[in-house]
Design a protein around this ligand. Structure first.
Ligand code: NDP
Length: 312
């Protein structure tokens, strides 16, 4: 248990990669057990529109993870020029397809396509990303439903490290619908006392230094350092950025990945810290798989209690 008095010269690494691998093994077992009764494997449709290169990598990672655990990949890749009505028709086809348990519309969409109406068109019970208005409302009310993958992944990471949340002070930096807002609701549901910081917050460091648990999702490379962290705090870095390549490494060098936190400054003072890469990123993919498998179990009356600890 990581309690208030935890002191460590070097932070415990919140290793999302190995936790995600362990969750995949559990999901694989649930799928294998339910396959005969269900008569078909779980199906996830990742819908990609256009050719955003980062999205290409994310979609490929999600599809590989699906095949590792026995989820059928039923996605589609539409051209960037596809009209909104055609994307909508594709979503409606997937809503009606009995082989599809989860639908994910990969963001960002090409310029000219509004994400709001398309996300709203996804059947809320097939909403693998947990971002449908109804599912955000279910989270707010504490009702079951698919949860937003990134914050749910952070909760799983904290739980696996034995981080106490009840009665602790949590600060979330960022208030997006994708990460910050659902993160704050989940921490609050776990009985932490939660503050949310955003771009208008004055004296951010004074606020973040009150945090026993600090979740950073500001989307600003290496923004938070030692001055923002209380010694012994648990720090989760959601941010992910590719830095410009170092010219000394030659013309083919790719820039390194970094988060919103200056890892090397915070590691000596935090009790626990998530790395980038290898922290929250793999957990986001895991929670997408969890949402899909749980939806499949519900649809076929299968027992999903083996995954209950992952449902926040
Ligand atoms: P957004 O840009 O939508 O939101 C950023 C939030 O941070 C906003 O609420 C903004 O405030 C706030 N913010 C910006 N600057 C500051 C500042 N100086 N001080 C305090 N708050 C600030 O980003 P997302 O929430 O979508 O993503 C956040 C990060 O997480 C990104 O780096 C993204 O790439 C990463 N990410 C990683 C995932 C993963 O799987 N690892 C998944 C999803 C996202 P305001 O509301 O006032 O503008």
């Amino acid at each position: 248990m990581l309690g208030a008095c935890y002191r460590s010269p070097v932070a415990l690494l919140l290793d999302g990669r190995s936790l995600a691998a362990a969750i995949e093994r559990r999901l694989e077992a649930v799928v294998a057990t339910g396959l005969t009764q269900a008569g078909r494997p779980p199906g996830l449709a990742v819908l990609r529109v256009g050719d955003d290169p980062a999205s290409g990598v994310y979609v490929a990672n999600k599809e590989k993870a699906c095949s590792r655990i026995g989820i059928r990949n039923l996605g589609a890749h539409l051209a960037a020029t596809t009209a909104a009505a055609e994307v909508l028709a594709c979503i409606e086809r997937l809503n009606a397809d009995p082989a599809v348990d989860g639908i994910l519309l990969q963001l960002p969409l090409p310029a000219g396509l509004a994400e709001g109406p398309l996300l709203a068109a996804i059947d809320a019970d097939k909403d693998a990303d947990g971002l449908h208005t109804l599912n955000l409302g279910r989270l707010l009310k504490g009702e079951p439903g698919p949860r937003s993958c990134t914050p749910a992944g952070v909760m799983a990471l904290l739980a696996a490290a034995g981080v106490e949340l009840a009665g602790r002070r949590a600060v979330v930096v960022g208030r997006s619908i994708l990460v910050g807002q659902p993160m704050a609701l989940m921490l609050q549901a776990a009985n932490a006392t939660v503050s949310v910081a955003h771009s208008h917050t004055t004296d951010l460091a004074t606020l973040t230094r009150t945090a026993d648990v600090l979740v950073v999702a500001a989307g600003r490379p290496r923004m938070l350092g030692a001055e923002h962290v209380k010694p012994g705090a648990v720090v989760v870095d959601v941010g992910i950025h590719r830095l410009d390549p170092d010219p000394s490494e030659g013309p083919t060098a790719r820039g390194k990945l970094c988060g919103d936190v200056r890892f090397e400054e915070v590691e000596p003072i935090a009790a626990a810290l998530s790395p980038v890469p290898g922290g929250v990123g793999p957990m986001t993919v895991s929670m997408l798989l969890v949402n899909t498998v749980v939806a499949w179990c519900r649809r076929h009356g299968l027992d999903a209690s083996a995954l209950a600890d992952l449902l926040v």
